[in-house]
Ligand binder design. Structure first.
Ligand SMILES: NC(=O)c1ccc[n+]([C@@H]2O[C@H](COP(=O)([O-])OP(=O)(O)OC[C@H]3O[C@@H](n4cnc5c(N)ncnc54)[C@H](O)[C@@H]3O)[C@@H](O)[C@H]2O)c1
Ligand SMILES: O=C(O)C[C@H](O)C(=O)O
Ligand SMILES: [Mg+2]
Length: 611
């Protein structure tokens, strides 16, 4: 037995710690750096510029035919040259985001087990309960933020079990791309708690356990253990819940004790509020006269309605008046107090009592009954905003607010084209997934993308930098206000509801500042030094703390020069040795300390093409 164990151990292929990191093979590294890293000869001899690398990557990407093939290429790139991946993403954020996030991430999740090739996060199984603390020790890096899902409601695609891992991976890529959280400090986490998806349970390639989804009580105990284990290993960790079928109990249970938030409830609420503040200004309809029909009364629908209620109250309405601006609709029709059956707890707050005993079932009837100024879609029902409904909205309003927010694109309640066509270009529009620009009446109309990616990166970074002990409601609300104020005058003139996605890093700085200031007002911050600096200084501090894939390599090259100088100082020949020789020499004699650096990217001066 002992021999077998030893044999197995000896035959295990394990990377010794002094093996080059994947980024050490970057083709833009100087020959000197390659010699130092002992990767000289292991990459083609040519030395690339970033422009050449980018040209090659984009050409490969274009040669891939389907979105999922492009997604796969980008995943490989992220795993083999993380800094190059983020440089490419920074320069092409508008074009690449739909490939690493919604809508393509939806298909990637549906096919996760079928297409699986490489590890990209951590899986915790129900069978591991009692041992989560030890399993978590296997994660090789220090973590600042995790996105966790149990896969039970992935976008509008239902329960995908462990195939939901694509969502934490995708969202954390955006944390890095948009808010500069270092990629090595992020932990994609997928819980394997069984799945109600029978076809996956019977799919031979499915990589999760084949049990039915555990009970709510079992999940609660599991999550209790997970939350404790994560914070024990990384005391400052920010934990973002994502795509849980019923996330309300966890939010209530953990939000005061841990630094956590739920993006589907709170992030969605904030991002829609941010765009809505701009839409209200443009529609010219006062909050007291707004009438909002929400198709979908789940975590996102209720989260958004609550956030807008808070806004209406800040605009002077009483709580009761504010909540009466909302008519929520679920799969059974209008949510009312007197409809048959028990209402889920999270729907009670907005349940109507003024329906005079009549139950309204279809969206068409409800639109006729309510005469809304706003139509929100968070229902997962693609095409639910029919031409007839859209036309009625345009008949009833000068500027109807039409927000089909379900993801991915196939689940969007209508397309941008349909909304423009059937409201005759009158609507104020935002969708969850991206739609292309449209020419209408000789003008280019740009659709708003009311997607959480405008706020969650800043909420996470704000919580990390302020070392917040919890994520308060004011921090969430402030993220929305900050988003609304981040618009440029030109964007407002063009009637945009959200800033240009290409400015996302700058927008995230503003959102992060808003979140940190709210943490300070609520007294949940522990980084007290940030309290006494001006807003400008705080923004500068945030920028300095953000991972920048373009400057990362400069840091690394500086490190190389320092090491080279050390080699020179220790050498009896030092006065005669030039730095480049010392770097080259390091190929054979090492740096004398046995240490090596962990991340390397390209050489300085290769980022000239950056906008
Ligand atoms: N834009 C964004 O950034 C964003 C953020 C979060 C969620 N979403 C999307 O919102 C959708 C809903 O997410 P969720 O977390 O609220 O899910 P959920 O499962 O909690 O809620 C879905 C709701 O839709 C209702 N519904 C289902 N079928 C319906 C029908 N035929 N008619 C009317 N209502 C129906 C359900 O009753 C439920 O109330 C998803 O597609 C998700 O991708 C978008
Ligand atoms: O992931 C997204 O694109 C937004 C949102 O969190 C969703 O669940 O749809
Ligand atoms: Mg989500």
């Amino acid at each position: 037995m002992a021999n077998l164990h030893t044999a197995a151990h000896n035959h295990r292929i394990r990377h010794p710690t002094n093996l080059p990191a994947p980024t050490d093979y970057d083709t833009s590294l100087t020959l000197e750096a390659r010699k130092f890293l002992k990767t000289y000869g292991l990459t083609p001899p040519g030395v690339d510029t970033f422009e050449k690398q980018s040209e090659r990557c984009l050409a490969i990407l274009n040669s891939r035919k389907t979105p999922i093939e492009k997604y796969q290429y980008l995943s490989v790139l992220r795993n083999t040259n993380v800094h190059l991946f983020y440089r490419l993403l920074a320069e092409n954020v508008k074009e690449l985001t739909p490939l690493i996030y919604t809508p393509t991430v939806g298909e990637a999740c549906q096919r996760w087990s079928e297409l699986y090739t490489q590890p990209e996060g951590m899986y915790l199984s129900f069978e591991d309960r009692g041992n989560l603390h030890s399993v978590i020790q296997n994660w090789p890096h220090d973590v600042e933020i995790t996105v966790v899902t149990d896969g039970s409601r992935i976008l509008g695609l239902g329960d995908l079990g462990i195939n939901g891992m694509g969502i934490p991976v995708g969202k954390l890529s955006l944390y890095t791309a948009c808010a500069g959280i270092h990629p090595l400090k992020t932990l994609p986490l997928c819980l394997d708690l069984g799945t109600s998806n029978e076809s996956f349970r019977n799919d031979p390639l499915y990589l999760g356990s084949r049990r039915e989804k555990v009970t709510a009580e079992e999940e609660k105990d599991f999550l209790d253990e997970m939350m404790a284990a994560l914070t024990e290993r990384w005391p400052g960790i920010v934990i973002q819940y994502e795509d849980f079928k019923n996330p309300f109990p966890s939010l209530e249970r953990y939000q005061e004790t841990y630094t956590m938030f739920n993006d589907d409830i709170q992030g969605t609420g904030a991002v829609i509020l941010g765009g809505f503040i701009n839409a209200v200004k443009q529609s010219g309809v006062a909050p007291a006269d707004q009438r909002a029909v929400f198709l979908g009364a789940g975590s996102a629908g209720v989260g958004v309605a609550k956030q807008l209620t808070e806004f209406f109250m800040k605009e002077g309405l009483s709580e009761d008046d504010a909540k009466r601006r909302f008519w929520l609709v679920d799969s059974q029709g209008l949510v009312t107090n007197d409809r048959p059956g028990k209402l889920a707890d999270h729907k009670i707050y907005f349940s109507r009592d003024d329906n005079k005993g009549k139950q309204y079932k279809t969206l068409e009837e409800i639109v006729e009954y309510v005469k809304p100024t706003i139509l929100m879609g968070l229902s997962t029902i693609g095409g639910a905003f029919t031409p007839k409904i859209l036309s009625r909205m345009a008949e009833m309003n000068d500027r109807p607010v039409i927000f089909p927010l379900s993801n991915p694109s196939s689940k969007s309640e209508c397309t941008f084209e349909e909304a423009i066509k059937y409201t005759n270009g009158k609507c104020l529009f935002a969708s969850g997934s991206p739609f292309p620009t449209l020419n209408f009446g000789g003008k280019d109309l740009v659709p708003g993308q009311g997607n959480n990616m405008y706020v969650f990166p800043g909420i996470g970074l704000g919580a990390i930098l302020s070392k917040a002990v919890s994520v308060t409601q004011n921090m969430i609300y402030s993220s929305a206000e900050a988003l609304a104020t981040s618009m440029l005058p030109t964007e407002l003139q063009d009637h945009w509801l959200y800033p240009d996605i290409r400015r996302i890093r700058e927008v995230s700085v503003i959102v992060t500042r808003g979140v940190i200031r709210a943490a300070q007002r609520d007294g949940v911050d522990r980084e007290l030094a940030l309290r006494n600096i001006s807003d400008e200084e705080l923004e500068e501090y945030i920028r300095q703390r953000m991972y920048d894939p373009f400057t990362e390599h400069e840091k690394v090259e500086r490190e190389l020069v320092d090491l080279a100088e050390k080699v020179m100082t220790n050498s009896p020949m030092s006065p005669k040795v030039k730095p480049a020789d010392a770097l080259g020499g390091a190929m054979t004699n090492g740096n004398g300390t046995g240490q090596r650096r962990s991340t390397v990217t390209s050489r300085p001066g290769t980022s000239g093409g950056r906008k």
